[in-house]
Design a protein around this ligand. Structure first.
Ligand code: COA
Length: 166
């Protein structure tokens, strides 16, 4: 459980030691240690970290502009949308929690923050989209109400209209 310690979610900056980050997914660890800053510099993504008072990185997620093919959305959602071939969205390309902090609610905190950030964006976006790396990750996103795209069970989305910001 998160305690009374102060936590912040902020854009990643160079004062943090990314090499101390290790989640159980080698690609997600490697990307964060070695490639995320290059993608940020090229404006391909933005990365947000959850950190504590001792400057540790508890977890991270990345957000980028994206689009969903209208034909990939379930019928009941498609019928409420205009017939544009693609629907604007925001993609959370990666989400991971540092191993020692797993199972303490931090993944959920990061996911809700990403939804809030996407829902509050001044740029129009219909949904937050995620790629789940395995069935376990699919269940994690389903736990929060994410829905799979048609025929693409590993890609899930959450309509931002449904997300109530507080
Ligand atoms: C997936 C991940 C981000 C979850 O983070 P976490 O901090 O361990 O999870 P939390 O403790 O925040 O769990 C929050 C809630 O989700 C639930 N949950 C966590 N993992 C779950 C799973 N695999 N299936 C279903 N529910 C899950 C928890 O039970 C908890 O529910 P509650 O709030 O109702 O009690 C983390 O395990 C991780 O970094 N995994 C490796 C990378 C990864 O798989 N990323 C996913 C995107 S590809």
């Amino acid at each position: 459980m998160m305690t009374t310690e102060t936590y912040r979610i902020i854009p990643l900056n160079s004062t943090f030691d990314r090499n101390s980050f290790d989640c159980d997914s080698e690609p997600l660890t490697h990307y964060f240690r070695h490639f995320v800053t290059q993608d940020i510099k090229r404006k391909l993504t933005n990365c947000f970290i959850l950190t504590n008072t001792t400057h540790q990185i508890i977890g991270y997620y990345t957000l980028s502009a994206h689009s969903i093919c209208l034909s990939d959305l379930p019928q009941q959602m498609k019928k409420k949308l205009p017939r544009y071939p693609t629907i604007p969205s925001i993609k959370m390309g990666r989400l991971a929690v540092n191993q020692p902090f797993r199972g303490q609610g931090f993944g959920g905190v990061l996911l809700i923050d990403a939804l809030k950030r996407a829902a509050n964006s001044e740029i129009g976006a219909y949904a937050l989209l995620v790629d789940a790396k395995d069935d376990n990750a699919v269940r994690f996103y389903q736990h929060y109400g994410f829905i799979s795209l048609l025929d693409k069970t590993d890609t899930l989305f959450y309509p931002l209209l449904n997300f109530k910001t507080v």
